[in-house]
Design a protein around this ligand. Structure first.
Ligand code: ATP
Ligand code: MG
Length: 360
């Protein structure tokens, strides 16, 4: 059995540096490592509709934006299959069968769904589709027999839910599905990158993002407005690193080479942190350094995007081809699932013989 990757994003907006740190950068490395037999990258439009049912246009418009972001970061259609979730109806059918293997109380316990429900103020008016999206995510992962799912920390409960469904399915119907492993970023700051407002997670829905496609000036403004230590008022005051977004971003994005290039007074981040904690280092100086780091990370992505934006039909071609290939793989798994569940009536010769015997 080969090693297969599946991961993806909801087309609810352009992708941001949280996506880059949490998953996208890793995906590109994995894609190029040559260690995977297949890399599937899904634009989860059906999942986005579970909490955007009344904004179909938003979802529709963002499909191409997400695809542009993918390819700007180095996802390569020659090496990865990029596709649109709703173009694979097999995924919906799998979800429907998996629903029988999961209880309502199990879904209610999912901490990510719990916090997302709160964030969206759904209270008691939770759409059923949204409530059950962990099941549809299990269908996405298992349809491709994915072994590896590179995602941010918020996805951990989803992968656990998928593993439970796989175990249950295989125990009841026979060994068909593959239990996936989560692949989290090695860098702790990337597990769940905070928003520029210092809130727990940078998220399209919270509007606290630095987008991969932001202009140089937009990035600069956002960095300069970032949340730091609210008690660090004067330069000479000792500052706090924990919960200080600027330092979290430096943890996530800066390297010793960045210091050589832009801030040679310090050899590395540890020295900068030590100075900040002692006092005598102002926020503006740290933010200017972070801005240089972010511009260095983002400018090649921005340039590649400009180039790709000139050929939108090509982007759709890539997605169409990817969707066709993904559909074939999902259809083959669905065939196995139907056979294991014994709902492949017309191909089941034994069933027909049995019925003939019964009425002989
Ligand atoms: P939405 O608000 O619509 O849910 P989102 O910004 O949370 O959007 P998703 O499409 O839900 O983005 O997430 C896609 C992938 O990016 C997932 O693997 C998720 O773990 C990762 N990710 C999203 N936000 C962050 C973040 N702030 N830090 C690290 N990883 C993140
Ligand atoms: Mg999300």
């Amino acid at each position: 059995m080969g090693k297969i990757i599946l991961t993806g994003d909801r087309p609810t907006g352009r992708l941001h540096v949280g996506h880059y740190a949490g998953s996208l950068k890793r995906r590109v490395e994995l894609q190029n490592s040559g260690q995977y037999d297949k890399v599937y990258i899904m634009i989860a439009d059906a999942q986005a509709l579970t909490d955007n049912a009344e904004q179909p246009e938003k979802v529709r418009q963002n499909i191409v934006e997400v695809a542009l972001d993918y390819m700007s970061c180095g996802l390569d259609p020659e090496k990865s299959v990029m596709f649109i979730q709703s173009m694979i109806p097999e995924l919906t059918e799998l979800s429907f069968y998996y629903m029988n293997l999961v209880t309502v109380s199990r879904l209610q316990r999912n901490p990510t769904v719990k916090s997302e429900i709160k964030m969206r103020n759904f209270e008691s008016s939770i759409p059923v589709g949204f409530f059950t999206y962990p099941i549809s995510q299990a269908a996405d992962i298992t349809a491709f027999k994915a072994t590896t799912v590179p995602v941010g920390e918020d996805q951990e409960p989803m992968i656990e839910q998928t593993r439970e469904i796989v175990r249950k399915f295989n125990a009841v119907y026979g060994e068909v599905l593959v239990e996936p492993e989560i692949l989290l970023p090695d860098n702790k700051a990337c597990l769940r990158l905070p928003g520029i407002d210092g809130k727990a997670k940078m998220s399209k829905s919270l509007g606290n993002c630095i987008y991969l496609s932001d202009t140089e000036e937009e990035v600069r403004k956002k960095v300069m407005s970032m949340y730091t230590d609210p008690n660090h008022l004067k330069v000479e005051d000792p500052g706090q690193i924990e919960g200080n977004t600027v330092f979290t971003y430096l943890d996530a994005f800066s390297s010793d080479d960045h210091f050589k290039e832009y801030l040679p007074d310090y050899n590395n981040l540890e020295e900068l942190k030590a100075h900040y904690k002692r006092g005598g280092l102002g926020d503006v100086k740290v933010k200017k350094f972070l801005n240089n780091v972010m511009q260095e990370v983002l400018s090649p992505i921005r340039a590649k995007r400009k180039e790709l934006e000139r050929n939108i039909p090509y982007i759709y071609e890539v997605l169409k081809k990817g969707s066709e290939e993904a559909r074939e793989a999902a259809a083959s798994t669905l065939n196995e699932v139907r056979k294991a569940m014994k709902i492949n009536y017309f191909d089941d010769k034994a069933l027909i013989t049995e019925q003939i015997e019964k009425y002989r």
